[in-house]
Design a binder for this molecule. Structure first.
Ligand SMILES: Nc1ncnc2c1ncn2[C@@H]1O[C@H](COP(=O)(O)OP(=O)(O)OP(=O)(O)O)[C@@H](O)[C@H]1O
Ligand SMILES: [Mg+2]
Length: 254
């Protein structure tokens, strides 16, 4: 299975409002695939569909070969999901939070303990294992949420704005880890508002108004904007702003 995620003409309506509008893309094994877009663009909705948490209105989507309409339980076994408002139990300790998630995923206790120690070490939480989660600083909470999402060793990881509110050094360390997971063959689907982070992605998709308006590697996307719009050494931020302006002009939204 080369494509770990496959999406074709995927649409999600909430009443008469279209949150995701006929998007098509696929994500390969070991890829870091980024979703970038303004608030309300449809990023979290797409992630929830791919995690088997939300049924689409129309179109096709599968994660790890499992269909989002019919096989959502199979999907959940094979993914790690860090939601935008990550769900930790603030009155449980670091270790108790991890144990709780391991329980949900029915991880064998012996394997759980080995993985837990590895994750605590990798995410530099060993010294905090007895700390109440609610008392941790933001960057620590984020690393704990990631540990909880990884305790069942899933091949596919969905991260919805994993670094919002986290300081720059912690963000950089976080991305080093994400890179190492991808290098070990895990597939990462991530959303972010930080354009410096988008540079770590193998490919990025700009999403606006529920539609994908660009999909390329950061390098290629910058090159194509340089040529198309005569921009000099554009940054991803330049591209992002230009792409939305261009889309709105083309759709008479001004
Ligand atoms: N359950 C729901 N019922 C009705 N509307 C919804 C629901 N969930 C999301 N929406 C709407 O769909 C649109 C897309 O929401 P979504 O959460 O996917 O955006 P997003 O790109 O993740 O934005 P953000 O960057 O703010 O997280 C928004 O206008 C939102 O209000
Ligand atoms: Mg969101």
């Amino acid at each position: 299975m080369e494509n770990i995620i496959e999406v074709e003409n995927l649409t999600k309506n909430f009443g008469s409002f279209t949150a995701v509008n006929s998007v098509t893309f696929s994500v390969k094994k070991g890829e870091i695939f980024g979703f970038l877009g303004p608030n309300g663009a449809g990023k979290s909705t797409t992630i929830k569909i791919l995690c088997g948490l939300l049924i689409p209105t129309s179109g096709k989507a599968s994660t790890f070969g499992f269909d989002v309409y019919r096989q959502s339980e199979k999907i959940k076994e094979n993914i790690g999901y860090m939601s935008q408002k990550f769900s930790l139990y603030p009155d449980l300790t670091v270790e108790e939070n991890i144990n709780f998630y391991a329980g949900i995923y029915r991880v064998d206790p012996k394997i759980r303990n080995i993985r837990k120690n590895d994750l605590l070490k990798l995410l530099e939480l060993t010294e905090n294992r007895k700390t109440i989660a609610g008392l941790l600083p933001a960057g620590f909470k984020q690393r704990l949420a990631l540990s909880c999402a990884l305790i069942h060793d899933p091949p596919v990881i969905f991260l919805d704005e994993p670094t919002s509110g986290v300081d720059p050094v912690s963000r950089r360390n976080f991305w080093r880890l994400i890179k190492s997971f991808a290098n070990s063959g895990k597939t990462i689907f991530v959303t972010t508002h930080y354009l410096d982070e988008a540079e770590y992605c193998n490919r990025i998709s700009l999403i606006y108004d529920g539609r994908i308006i660009e999909l390329e590697s950061p390098y290629r996307i910058k090159k194509s904007y340089e040529e198309r719009f005569n921009l000099k050494n554009p940054t991803l931020e330049d591209v992002f702003i230009k792409s939305i302006e261009n889309y709105r002009a083309a759709n008479n939204e001004f």
